[in-house]
Design a protein around this ligand. Structure first.
Ligand SMILES: Cc1cc2nc3c(=O)[nH]c(=O)nc-3n(C[C@H](O)[C@H](O)[C@H](O)COP(=O)(O)O)c2cc1C
Length: 216
């Protein structure tokens, strides 16, 4: 049976990012696959420590020498048929947890070789699901695609498959805005935008989950 791995790079286990990931998991299941959700913030791991064990000429490449909660997951990813990187935007970037995870996944499967930089053992269809406070207009205005482009490029190069992308803009961040200093936002407008768009974004997530599994 094919398998989709959905990686949650939000510390919150039931919010926007996870909602999209769970919808994609249903899509993968529609296509007859199984799926697994990994909450990065429940794991004990660090980013790459630059030991370069993965690049030693006499050792087999593609293995991260760090031993922590990510070790088995990095190996499991090699057996998956698709992966989705779900992350909130934090300070105009992926979350720190997602960045640390990508450092480990990408760098351990990359060698400084002119011929074949990727030692990842297969083509792995993949997608980035990003959720953020920003509106779609501000995403354009702040050239977010340019900021994030190197992650898309790295995923394509290492996992040998072009990344699909799904954005959820202007997300609802709090259950009750009145409890928090949040005067730059209009709770009413946030909810209105959510009600008008989120269902469609969930449908897109489900379609992407299905499509990733159907890529040969
Ligand atoms: C530490 C932190 C930094 C954030 N920085 C940004 C930002 O730079 N741009 C933005 O649009 N949203 C930013 N946000 C908002 C989150 O991206 C947004 O609420 C997201 O949907 C949260 O995902 P979740 O609901 O799955 O946890 C930030 C939130 C936090 C907690």
């Amino acid at each position: 049976m094919k398998k989709l791995i959905a990686v949650n790079g939000s510390p919150r286990k039931n919010w926007n990012t996870v909602e999209l990931l769970k919808s994609a998991m249903l899509g993968a299941e529609d296509a007859g696959a199984e799926s697994k959700l990994i909450h990065l913030y429940s794991l004990n791991f660090k980013g790459c420590t630059s030991c370069f064990a993965c690049k030693i000429k006499t050792r087999e490449h593609g293995f991260c020498a760090m031993k922590d909660d990510l070790s088995s997951i990095l190996e499991e990813i090699k057996t998956a048929d698709a992966i989705i990187f779900g992350s909130p935007i934090y300070f105009m970037n992926l979350s720190a947890g997602m960045l640390a995870f990508l450092e480990r996944l990408f760098f351990s499967n990359y060698i400084y070789s002119q011929e074949i930089p990727s030692v990842f053992p297969k083509k792995l269809p993949n997608a980035f699901f990003l959720t953020m406070n920003m509106t779609a207009e501000n995403f354009e205005r702040f050239k977010m695609n340019e900021r994030l482009n190197f992650y898309y490029f790295s995923a394509e190069r290492i996992l040998k498959s072009r990344s699909k992308k799904l954005m959820a803009y202007d997300t609802v961040q709090f259950k009750d805005y009145s409890k928090y200093e949040s005067s730059i936002f209009s709770e009413e407008e946030k909810h209105q935008y959510h009600d008008e768009t989120f269902e469609k974004t969930l449908e897109d997530a489900r379609r992407i989950g299905r499509e990733l599994i159907q890529i040969d």
